[in-house]
Design a protein around this ligand. Structure first.
Ligand SMILES: Cc1cc2nc3c(=O)[nH]c(=O)nc-3n(C[C@H](O)[C@H](O)[C@H](O)COP(=O)(O)OP(=O)(O)OC[C@H]3O[C@@H](n4cnc5c(N)ncnc54)[C@H](O)[C@@H]3O)c2cc1C
Ligand code: FES
Length: 268
């Protein structure tokens, strides 16, 4: 983990209320693994006082031919004061960043066996860490299930496809893909897979709490290993304030330090 002032090299609207920011931070980029996050001080004043956490969406910028992990990318949605301020920060300005933080996904076990199917389940902004994971993971088959309210809010379809995923979409209003919850799509995928048994499934999920709860329930029913990334409210982001504790089967854990990724069946 390092704290540094890093230069913004790109910060533009991605889609609707969603923004994409690329930051020059080689010291963080080279140490980052999928599922980790950075804690950013968004302004030079005391407002907002607390840093804001954002998942590392990608490192480097392969699409632009830069294969060195020099930059970190974040994808964010404007929901309040901090993210509003971030959207106003310009190329060439500096951000005070701490990272990489948290444990990240344990995705090496899918590398140990060739007969694995990775199922990525993303709800809304939950796509952010899963694109990075999808680019890193090796598996015989990769499926990305993207859930959103409407077609206009479906994020990163192209990025998941480019990383070799079979992409399926679920929207609440049916304007794209399956009409209904992304967890219903997950149930369908697992049901189909359970009839063939040819591949071992691993689920990695990020999204709103009700979605993660449903993912945990479905994973348990189908006896599939699942890791979920929790987006708890955070203050310090480094394990010192206990502002982000979650109850697990082995006691209270800090989402920022012991997580944000947990085995789904460990969370109470
Ligand atoms: C580990 C982690 C990774 C994250 N990754 C991303 C990411 O990649 N992209 C992204 O857009 N956001 C991400 N978030 C959420 C992001 O940190 C918040 O959106 C941000 O802090 C909001 O700041 P704000 O000042 O704009 O809003 P605030 O004014 O602080 O809050 C606006 C409203 O949103 C609610 N809110 C704030 N933070 C959260 C939260 N963490 N969970 C649920 N509700 C919240 C507040 O209660 C309030 O109602 C992540 C959070 C965590 C903990
Ligand atoms: S945010 Fe302070 S301990 Fe997690």
């Amino acid at each position: 983990m390092v704290q540094l002032k890093a230069k913004i090299i790109y910060n533009k609207k991605f889609k609707g209320d969603y923004w994409h920011c690329i930051i020059d931070a080689p010291l963080i980029a080279k140490k980052s693994i999928p599922g980790q996050f950075v804690n950013i001080k968004l302004s030079d004043t005391l407002e907002p006082f607390l840093r804001r956490p954002f998942s590392i969406h990608r490192i480097g910028s392969p699409a632009k031919g830069n294969f060195l992990p020099k930059t970190i990318e974040i994808l964010y949605k404007i929901i309040g004061q901090g993210t509003e301020i971030l959207s106003g920060r310009k190329k060439g300005e500096y951000l005070d960043i701490i990272g990489p933080l948290g444990n990240g996904f344990d995705y090496t076990r899918t590398h140990e066996h060739t007969n694995t199917r990775t199922i990525l389940v993303a709800g809304g902004m939950g796509v952010a860490p899963l694109v990075f994971l999808s680019e890193k993971i090796k598996a015989k088959a990769k499926v990305a299930l993207i859930g959103a309210r409407t077609k206009a809010q479906v994020l990163c379809e192209k990025e998941f496809k480019n990383s070799g995923c079979d992409v399926k979409i679920a929207t609440d209003d049916g304007s794209a893909g399956f009409k209904g919850k992304v967890t219903e799509l997950l149930r369908q995928v697992l049901l189909t897979n359970s009839r063939t048994h040819e591949l071992t499934n691993y689920i990695y999920a990020c999204g709103p709490k009700p979605m993660l709860k449903a993912v945990a329930g479905i994973a348990k029913k189908y006896r599939v290993s699942a890791q979920i990334s929790l987006e708890e409210h955070m203050a310090c982001g480094i394990g010192a304030c206990l502002g982000c504790v979650v109850k697990t089967k082995t006691g209270y854990k800090r989402a920022c330090k012991d997580g944000p990724v947990f085995e789904a069946q460990d969370i109470i």
